[in-house]
Each structure stands twice: as C-alpha cells, then as structure tokens.
Design a protein around this ligand. Structure first.
Ligand SMILES: *Cc1c(COP(=O)(O)O)cnc(C)c1O
Length: 361
C-alpha cells in the first residue's frame, strides 16, 4: 500500500503490513462466525482457539516448555512494575534492581512499597550510556530485576549478567522476540505488546511454574499471578483484540524463520544505521557506548538542535515518521523493531547521507 509510511516510533509502533491485512480481512466476519472477533464472547469457541493458539505460539517462538505459564494481562508493563513486588516481596524480603534508566527506575519505585530494594548496579552516573555487567546481588534476594532493552536511552544487554542463583525477572517490553536467547534462564519475563508484539492493551507475562509457587497468596485477586495462571488469563475478560493481533504477529515471526530468522534481519538493520553513526561520528553522534548499543532503539544527536528539528521534519516529508528522541533526552531515536522492514532502514540511511551533505554542521 503506497500511502503507508515508514513509522520509526518507539511505541505504539509499526506492525507487519501482512498482519494488518489479515486482521482487516477477518474483521467483519471472523472465521465464519457471522460477527467480528471483538463482538464475540471471550468464552466462545472462536475466541478460545485464538487464545490457546497464542499461548502455544509464545512457547514455540521463545522455545519454552510447558513449565512456563503465558499470561495476557491488562494495565501495561507499568502495572507489572507493581505486580511483581506485590507477588514476590514482603517487608522482610529484599529484591535486587538494576538501574539502567527511566523504566528501570519506575520499576524500582513500585517495589519499595512492598519490601526492601537493593541497588545491584546502575549506570546513572554515566547518563545511562551503557548497561552495567558486573552486579552486586545479595544471595538471599527474592529476585533480581533487569530491563533488557532501554527504550529511552538506547542501550541493551547483549548478553545477560551472571545473577547467581537468584531468580531473574526481566522487562523485555521493547526487545522481546527480537533475537535468540536462552529465555529459559528467566523466571519471569514481561512485555507490553505495543513495541514489538502487537497493539497496546495486552501485557504478556511469561512465568516459570517454580516461580509462581513462590508468589504471595494474600493479595487482591486481580493482582495475583495465581488467579491468572489458574484460569489461563480467562478469570475475567482478557483484551481479546490485542491478543488476536499478537497471535498474528507470532505466526508472522514463524513464517520468517522464527526468532533466528528475525534476528538475522534485525542485525542487518541495526548495523546499517550504526555504520552511518560510525562513519560520520562528528555529525551523527551516537549517545551510548558501543558494547551496549541497542538493536531496537538507536539514539543519536546531531550537531545542533536546529539540525535535529530539520532532520525530523524533512524525514517526515519523505515518508519517515517518529524519529524524534524521547522528550527526556532529546535528539533522534530510530526504532528498528521486528516489523520495520529492511527497505525502511535503507531509505533512512540514504536520507541520513543526503541530509548530512546538504546541511553542513
Ligand atoms: C514502554 C515501556 C514500558 C511501559 O509500558 P506501558 O505498557 O506503557 O506501561 C516499560 N518498560 C519498557 C522497557 C518500555 O519500553
């Protein structure tokens, strides 16, 4: 469709065109039910097939076995900031947190309502230009909380730090299913869908049964992982439409060779942009250390704020939107999520080249 632009927004973000077209085609009459999926009962066979298939697809895509619960919750990743400590902390327990930027900080703030928070590592003094690899995690900690990709600052763990025997919890909102990892080393993974999985409205929580068994039971029903695990996220009405789109996105990932196939494309994409940053380092100034560079959110400054404004406006006029950096950090941010086609990256790299040539510092 020629009227679609390349959307580099950090979230909600671009989705595969193929997925949108399937959803459009199926929208009015889902699977011959004579109604739209969003008009169907969440207890209907039509919806149940979508729900169960989405759970299975998650395990298949992330290569996890059935000891992992896959939950579909509302409230965004931000609600998980509170739900995690509500389930796993008490006033006499400690959780270790790694401060890698704004989202990690918000997670830490919520944990303090429920128990003790130990700062296991931080890159705050370096303006979050890297992710700390050597952590200080007290051995009896209830869990350690990491943020795999820092959407705002443009840093990402390339490999995960050693956390000893302490259960690992990770906010993967902006890089879930983007690269190959041993996901089984995490006890809980969570992700708001709107960056790399689908539309806003569903948050995926992937939780090892062993970890679930440690969750507090004396907390309100809707905030208890036990409730949602026991009812497979059908205790109340789940966000049916976002779950359906996530299912289509997971199927799209599998058609593209699974995470391994997607990773290959993602590597080529991020390398193309970092090449420009390395080649023209005095013009496109990368803001993070090379060993912490995000594959998903590439951040840079231009020689002046005026040039940044001009860059964003001209890119938009050329069919590339969403390049403005987060309001807290400014500059340019190129989000290169799974669904951003390689063609969009090639076009942006060419634009960077010509913009630099016609706008000297
Ligand atoms: C966007 C984002 C969040 C917040 O997600 P909401 O669904 O808006 O609550 C949390 N963590 C990370 C890493 C994010 O990128």
């Amino acid at each position: 469709m020629s009227d679609r632009i390349y959307n580099f927004s950090a979230g909600p973000a671009t989705l595969p065109l193929e997925v949108l077209e399937i959803a459009q085609k199926e929208f009015l009459n889902f699977n011959n039910s004579g109604m739209s999926l969003i008009e169907s009962s969440h207890r209907s066979p039509e919806y149940d097939a979508v729900h169960q298939s989405c759970i299975k697809l998650f395990r298949e895509v992330l290569q996890l076995d059935e000891s992992y619960h896959v939950l579909f919750l509302g409230g965004g990743a931000s609600t998980q900031f509170a739900m995690i400590p509500m389930n796993f902390l008490t006033k006499d327990k400690t959780a270790a947190y790694v401060d890698t930027g704004a989202w990690a900080g918000k997670a830490m703030k919520e944990a303090k309502y429920f128990g003790n928070v130990h700062l296991a590592g931080s890159s705050k003094d370096a303006s979050y230009d890297h992710v700390p690899m050597s952590l200080d995690i007290p051995s009896g900690s209830a869990y350690v909380h990491l943020t795999s990709n820092n959407t705002i600052f443009g840093t990402q763990y390339q490999t995960f730090p050693d956390c000893g025997n302490v259960p690992m919890i990770c906010d993967m909102s902006s890089d879930v299913a983007s690269r190959v990892h041993d996901f089984s080393k995490f006890d809980l993974i969570y992700a708001g869908a709107q960056k790399n999985l689908g539309p806003a409205g569903v948050t995926v929580v992937i939780l090892k049964d062993e970890m679930l068994q440690k969750a507090n039971k004396d907390i309100p029903t809707m905030f208890s992982y036990h409730t949602h695990a026991k009812k497979q996220s059908l205790f109340n009405t789940p966000p049916v439409f976002p779950i359906y789109i996530v299912k289509l996105v997971l199927e799209w990932i599998l058609r593209n060779g699974g995470i391994a196939g997607i990773e290959k494309i993602n590597v080529a994409k991020k390398e193309r942009i970092y090449q420009m940053i390395d080649l023209y380092r005095d013009y496109f100034k990368g803001t993070v250390k090379a060993d912490s560079r995000s594959w998903m959110n590439i951040t840079m400054r231009l020689p002046s704020e005026d040039l940044e404004k001009k860059f964003i406006a001209e890119a938009k006029a050329n069919g590339m939107s969403g390049l403005k950096g987060h309001r807290d950090v400014g500059g340019i941010r190129v989000s290169t999520y799974n669904a951003m086609p390689k063609e969009g990256i090639v076009k942006l790299a060419q634009f960077m080249e010509s913009f630099k040539a016609s706008n000297p510092a």
